[in-house]
Ligand binder design. Structure first.
Ligand SMILES: *Cc1c(COP(=O)(O)O)cnc(C)c1O
Length: 229
């Protein structure tokens, strides 16, 4: 059995120590506990251990957990971090704190349309395929700046930054995290609302140290908190 509260405390201590070495303020890093494939009862343990931000990768699983006996009514902030199909967008609007994984204009347009209909505003990040691996989702880095003006113009959604999933190999991951940070700076230069572009969602259980060194503001940790999947 995993001791979720203990895993959380260990992870938070690691974040502090990495921040110390990197000269960063730990308050500038939001830990998102990724609970995909794990039962609601473990998410509840995380909440009782002080964790508010929860990441999910599958729409149906997210909706089921939110409605579960264990979790309904708890003041959790849900982050959608998985690949989002256009036809599933309607199922998460109004239910999530942030969507991290918008990887094409078409999905952003649908998010905008559904958010407008519900009269809400949705915060989101654009996912960038920094590794160039064909198996990975995300906008190619070289397309971001030309596509960005189309994203900026969409009503009822607010672009807050960028997200990436890095290569397993550490020297590549380091490079990819720095690439994402550079892209965010370039994006700020052409954005009508640069003050909103504050977030770099990058780093998972295996590589969050590198992501923090490169400027991550949100790290998405699954295995180190909930155990292996
Ligand atoms: C599963 C997942 C994570 C967490 O990965 P771990 O290696 O278990 O920490 C983070 N981000 C995304 C997009 C994921 O799908």
């Amino acid at each position: 059995m995993e001791d979720i509260a203990k895993n959380l405390q260990r992870t938070i201590a690691e974040i502090r120590s990495i921040c110390n070495k990197a000269g960063r303020n730990p308050a500038g890093i939001q830990l998102i506990a990724v609970s995909k494939t794990k039962p609601a009862v473990l998410v509840k343990e995380a909440f009782e251990g002080g964790q508010i931000d929860i990441g999910e990768s599958y729409v149906q699983e997210l909706v089921e957990k939110q409605g579960s006996e264990e979790l309904s009514g708890l003041p959790l902030r849900w982050h959608f971090i998985g690949h989002l199909q256009t036809n599933k967008v309607k199922d998460i609007v109004g239910k999530v704190f942030m969507v991290h994984s918008i990887d094409r204009l078409k999905t952003a347009e649908e998010l905008s349309k559904r958010a407008s209909r519900q009269g809400v505003t949705v915060d989101y990040l654009i996912e960038i395929n920094t590794s160039g691996e064909r198996s990975k989702f995300g906008l190619p880095p070289e397309e971001l700046l030309s596509a960005a003006p189309h994203f900026f113009n969409l009503p009822n959604i607010r672009l807050r930054g960028l997200m990436t999933i890095a290569s397993p190999e550490r020297s590549r991951a380091r490079h990819e995290f720095h690439l994402l940070a550079e892209l965010l700076e370039k994006l700020k230069k052409i954005s009508p609302d640069p003050h909103l572009l504050t977030e770099l969602s990058m780093g998972m259980s295996q590589d969050f140290d590198l992501a923090i060194e490169a400027g991550a503001t949100m790290i998405r940790i699954g295995t180190a908190i909930f155990g292996s999947r």
